[in-house]
Design a protein around this ligand. Structure first.
Ligand code: SAM
Length: 275
């Protein structure tokens, strides 16, 4: 009998993958967690029936969360990841020798535990001595941190359940205060086909707080609509003023020095959303 997993990306539209094997299915304290092995995209982390990452296309999202901000800040020593318990963003951050310490704060220890066990190619740097892993609410961590981080990355689930507060204006204000004077933050901000309102709301909130706000995109086949956005807020450094000839080539499959500024060139309908 064939088994298929469907994520309803909207109430009337979905994405379907043929399942080879279900490795984990568990209700944690925060969410329904599954790791399934799929024919096309390999192992897939699913939270509350939403695809979080897959072994085949994870590199796009994780590289594009980490590198644009880290190659915009001239000296990113202390970095925070809110969410991101699969470890993919941490793996990319560890490619930056200037980073002395990266703190990962995910609310759900089970995501970390099962990612280490079943997604080792993604979670492989979580035990790096430069990494500190905390199982905690990212909102609380932000509110309690002042003038502490050079770069903050928000790698959260969608704005439902425990991640809902991570899309509120007060959270972005907290991030501003948790950053040092020349700090940068970046957050995944969903897709412009089904979540245009969310992108506009986040953009408006972040523009009221940060002097420099830039939105960029990437193609991620297993995320709703395949076109994903990221919003960057910065106190002083502008990603569009970076001299790409000074960005070193590192081991990546999507991000490159050529893509650094190009990723900020948005399709017109997305540009119109964030004008
Ligand atoms: N890349 C994915 C996407 O865009 O669909 C999300 C990755 S998944 C690893 C996001 C993580 O955010 C989950 O592990 C979840 O436990 C965590 N998370 C949700 N709410 C959180 C909160 N309030 N504080 C910290 N982590 C949170």
């Amino acid at each position: 009998m064939e088994l298929w997993f469907t994520e309803k990306q909207t109430p009337v539209f979905g994405i379907t993958a043929k399942i080879r094997e279900t490795l984990v299915r568990e209700q944690t304290d925060f969410q329904d967690l599954a790791i399934i092995d799929t024919e096309e995209f390999g192992r897939m982390l699913v939270l509350d029936d939403m695809v979080m990452t897959t072994v085949k296309d994870e590199f796009v999202y994780h590289e594009m969360v980490a590198h644009p901000a880290l190659f915009t800040h001239p000296d990113p020593k202390h970095v925070l990841v809110v969410g991101g318990g699969d470890g993919g963003v941490i793996r990319e951050i560890m490619k930056h020798p200037k980073v002395e310490k990266a703190v990962l704060v995910d609310i759900d220890g089970k995501v970390i535990e099962y990612s280490k066990k079943y997604l080792p190619e993604i979670a492989c740097e979580l035990d790096n001595p430069r990494v500190e892993v905390q199982v905690n609410d990212g909102y609380m961590h932000i509110i309690q941190s002042k003038n502490k981080y050079d770069v903050i990355m928000v790698d959260s689930t969608e704005p439902v359940g425990p991640a809902a507060p991570l899309f509120e204006r007060g959270f972005y204000q907290g991030i501003y205060e948790a950053l040092k004077d020349d700090g940068i933050f970046v957050a995944q901000t969903d897709n412009p086909w089904f979540k245009a309102d969310l992108i506009q709301k986040v953009n408006k909130d972040v523009k009221e707080i940060f002097p420099i706000v830039r939105v960029y995109g990437a193609n991620i086949p297993t995320y709703p609509s395949g076109l994903w956005t990221f919003t960057m807020g910065s106190k002083t450094h502008d990603p569009l003023q970076v001299d790409e000839t000074q960005i070193p080539e590192i081991d990546t499959k999507y991000y490159s020095p050529r893509l650094h500024k190009a990723a900020f060139v948005l399709p017109k309908f997305v540009e119109d959303l964030v004008k």
